[in-house]
Design a protein around this ligand. Sequence first.
Ligand code: PNW
Length: 571
Amino acid sequence: MSATASDSIMETGTFVNCFLLVISLVIIPVNGGYDKERDALLKGTFPQDFIWSSATAAYQIEGAWNVSDKGPSVWDTLAHQGRVYNQDTGDVACDSYHKYPEDVALMKQMGLKYYRFSISWPRIFPTGEQQDGVNQDGVRYYNALINELIANDIQPMVTLFHWDLPQVLQDRYGGFLNNHTTNTTVIHDLFGDYARFCYQNFGDRVKYWITFNEPWITSWLGYGVGNFAPQHNEPAEGQYKAAHNIILSHAKAYHIYDDEFRAAQGGQVGITLNCDWGTPKTPADADAALRYVQFFLGWFAHPIYKNGDYPEVMKTTMARKAQEEGRTTSRLPEFTPEQKLSISGTGDFFGLNHYTTVEVTDACCTPIENPNYDTDKDVGTGHAPDWPRAASSWLYVVPWGIRNLLGFIKEEYGDPEIYVTENGRSDHDQDPAIMMDMERICYYMMYTNEVMKASNMDNVKVKAYTAWSLLDNFEWLSGYSERFGLHYVDFNDPTRTRYPKASSVFFKQLVRNNGYPEGSEFTKYVENMWYFCHNTTEAEVNGYTGGASQISSLFSLFLAIPMMIAYSLIA
Ligand code: PNW
């Protein structure tokens, strides 16, 4: 890192901040029970062509919500209704619509060769429909961003849908609730048209396309619970209808690429699914944990990556529920035989977003009066007492969970190429700002090491790792109160200056080393930090006597901060 960047860490972070952080880290156990074998540091490197990336999404960073002809999205609507924490909105966000060259410069500075960002559908087609007009300024913006990336030797990885549905499509057609059981659903064609337009205009330079980001969230939170946009509350069925349409829309966009663009453009198309790993609380909960993962990941992954249809356990569970509820048809819709054929195999890679793990217990089979997706699974979920938490209420730090999940995907879906398209940890927005973000460094250290175990020990074909996020940004209903960034953004500063956090220095070294090579200075630093990151208090409770102790980990921490600074100066 340049002296300028590390200077800004020093300015904004200040040593007072550091010491406060040190004290809080020592008092509060950090990263859970240490299991000597399971959690040992693996030394080695990722395969040579491994992709290191960072990610953002349009609504979370762009701002410029009504510039030129951009149409409103369902998130503009939700935020303008004051539904977000502190009444925050994405109106300006990180102002990346204007400041994208700075974002690219930050990636360049970190040595990143890939960038995952999303295109805002209503910025391209203001109503969502091409026939109503194209916003040429929007097209120019994405062309400029892509060109800036390529000029800096950074490959774009583009998500077509990261939740910002054009509001007009929600109003005209019910968005993803549109006619979910017929073959002529408008929303599939409209998504297909939008995808085609993006392939046409950007596909000469974009070789990685992600159709949907986390359809689980759009379906369940957007159309079931209704706390996320477009705020449709129908928890018995809304999520199943929306998911059905999203899967079919994805397949449509995949085939358009396959039929019309693949030969000339030679890129890849996949989808990004999120899943928390489900670990059984007791051996008797093993089936329940599996059912949890099938309802979560399998809901989308089974049709797309396996056989065009929902997982067996989901179909049988929902059929039994229909009977209990006195319904003639299942709340889980059915695909026609043709649809199954068109869905199956529509992923050139498997995009995975993963953050956390839950402990699952069996809760089968008590009929429930007002069923919803959560009760449909017949499971209970909780968290082990020694799992540390991030700022986001749902984010518990359980590094080994990602290795288990990657192994599950390998076994279940025929050993696909997996791109980890998001992984990361949030801090609270607090004063002074957390610039020496040791807990985020620990998170990246431990999780990437588990990904390396999956790759090098379990032979999972993990091809990419993407940090969420390049920047602090608009964290959906939490607004700007939760910060996931490798770079700090001051949302009270009209210029939205970006400041590198210590984790960006760490990540740069990780990328440069392509993992944890034996004998490197970086790996030695990691070794010093390892026991601290895993919280040795629990380690001793668990009988670990490998030499680490609370005192030595405290010592590592005092060593670690000056080392981080020294690193940033020489790097
Ligand atoms: C993902 N939850 O969303 C998204 O892809 C990002 O846009 C987001 O910023 C990031 O993870 C961090 O949250 C999630 O409530 C949003 O469990 C909410 C949840 C999980 C993931």
